[in-house]
Design a binder for this molecule. Sequence first.
Ligand code: ADP
Ligand code: MP5
Length: 260
Amino acid sequence: MKTVLTIAGTDPTGGAGAQADLKTFTAHKVYGMSIITALVAQNTLGVKDIMNVTPQFLEEQFACVFEDIYPDAIKIGMVSETQLIHKIVEQLKKYDAKNIVVDPVMVSTSGSRLLEDSALTALKQELIPLSSIITPNIPEAEVLVNHPIQNKADMLKAAKEISEWYLGYILIKGGHFEECADDLLYHADEVIWLECEHIDNPNTHGSGCTLSSAIASHLALGYDIVTSVKKAKEYITGALKDNLDLGHGSGPLNHCWNMK
Ligand SMILES: Nc1ncnc2c1ncn2[C@@H]1O[C@H](COP(=O)(O)OP(=O)(O)O)[C@@H](O)[C@H]1O
Ligand SMILES: Cc1ncc(COP(=O)(O)O)c(N)n1
């Protein structure tokens, strides 16, 4: 059985973070594991509190996973502090980790900051360079390029700018636009648009976590990056169309819609 690891924060209501990632791994028939960066008191309405783990505790979790069950692919989500990013970078290098997907989580769907301002430099200069693909949404891509992104032309411009300092694949997600949900996959002048109509579903909590975990699952299964992204886009679109309606805010997805 192929193995996939998420390095992420938690969501006690199970819609985002490590819980969403583990459900996504199971839905793809890969063996899921999790290293927790922070306990997050959150639900579909918002984030109430964040308790980060210590760098030492993060290191102990790395040893537990990598010295026992080596992951075929890794998804990295919320890491809010510089010292935690430093520790993750150190450990990924120590264990020679491969097939890394970085979802540069910065702000929750509900609007709470999940990355400290001071940690942005470490994210850009240390963690992102270790990855094979990054998956920013529009607000995250705006932070990475430091200017607004208002349409598909701006998305392409932003991807080109990011590719000046990052050599991996760049997936800019268009889910925040009203008219369509086209995602842009960009790498070394190769431009692939993953087109999708805007699905009328307000329940999108954890959609970014779920998409990046689906990409990591497919990488673990041996697909190349482009195929993994295409398959993950089909999976997230199906999950959004499944129309699960739980909670009092932006609700979670049915991660196992494809197993019905
Ligand atoms: N209303 C929607 N209709 C169709 N696809 C969507 C919708 N909202 C999000 N998506 C898709 O879900 C994935 C996650 O995107 P997005 O919601 O932008 O990420 P994040 O959760 O990180 O903000 C992307 O593939 C995006 O295109
Ligand atoms: C622990 C954690 N990680 C990430 C997100 C972002 O979720 P989304 O996928 O909706 O952007 C979240 N709300 N909580």
